[in-house]
Design a protein around this ligand. Structure first.
Ligand code: ZN
Length: 161
């Protein structure tokens, strides 16, 4: 069975940046299970998994355009320290939290702490990066009608509901 639209695909993967640093890996953990063609994973990886089957191993080099996109300036904001209230003393570079915005909560990371302001970045941590995946396909099955309707996988590795 080959990977196509509405396949439920199980993969093990390792993700490195251009410097060869491991950013993410499923090694020693449960594999990733996703619904193919439903934007569950980045488009560049989906494209390269199309047509593969169980036992296939591949190396995928993915540019930002087909990965997490390029960083957007508008998502980098200086926030007055007052906005953090009593918590302000705990704010430090590298801290992650959910920022309340007009579009709902957005995960941000603190990139600078100045005298009066804190700079937060709402871009995906991997935006602008070339991604290098080593992937092995361990399972492929057809999705159920309900999974296709929901746009995600049910059961082990998927949504439990
Ligand atoms: Zn569901």
């Amino acid at each position: 069975m080959t990977i196509k639209q509405n396949s439920v695909v199980t993969i093990h993967y390792e993700l490195k940046n251009t410097e060869g640093e491991v950013l993410d890996s499923s090694k020693g953990q449960d594999p990733l299970v996703y619904l193919h063609g439903a934007n569950n994973i980045i488009v560049g990886l989906e494209e390269q998994l199309e047509g593969k089957q169980v036992g296939d191993e591949l190396t995928a080099h993915i540019a930002p355009e087909k990965g997490y996109g390029m960083p957007v300036e508008a998502l980098i904001q200086e926030v007055p320290k007052e906005a953090f209230g009593a918590e302000v003393d705990k704010v430090e570079v590298g801290m992650r939290f959910q920022a309340e915005t007009e579009q709902g909560p957005v995960p941000v990371v603190v990139t600078a702490v100045e005298n009066d302001t804190v700079t937060v970045d709402g871009n995906h941590p991997l935006a602008g990066q070339d991604l290098h995946f080593e992937v092995s396909v361990t399972e492929v099955r057809d999705a159920s009608a309900e999974e296709v309707e929901h746009g995600h996988v049910h059961g082990p590795g998927g949504h439990q509901h």
